[in-house]
Unconditional design. Structure first.
Length: 87
């Protein structure tokens, strides 16, 4: 598992907007689609999503967890964060 720490508890669509939606799980295909649509900020979440995709290309049986430092212990146990998998 690759763990990517960030300043938010998980990945969101429409981050910071009234329509903000938490994404607890994404497939690599979904993440790539959102990335290509410009859903993730270029200087914020986009590099983390790209790193996750690069990792999953190299380790397709792996998974990536994106979460904050304050929630990492719970997120590793499946109680928070965003998990990205190859499928």
């Amino acid at each position: 598992m690759l763990v990517i720490l960030t300043g938010v508890d998980q990945v969101y669509l429409d981050f910071g907007k009234d329509t903000q939606e938490a994404l607890p799980h994404l497939t690599a295909e979904q993440a790539k689609g959102y990335l290509e649509e410009g859903e993730f900020g270029k200087g914020t979440m986009a590099p983390k999503i790209q790193a996750a995709l690069t990792y999953l290309e190299a380790v397709p049986e792996g998974k990536v967890l994106i979460t904050s430092m304050s929630l990492v212990h719970d997120a590793i146990r499946g109680k928070g964060g965003t998990v990205i998998t190859a499928e």
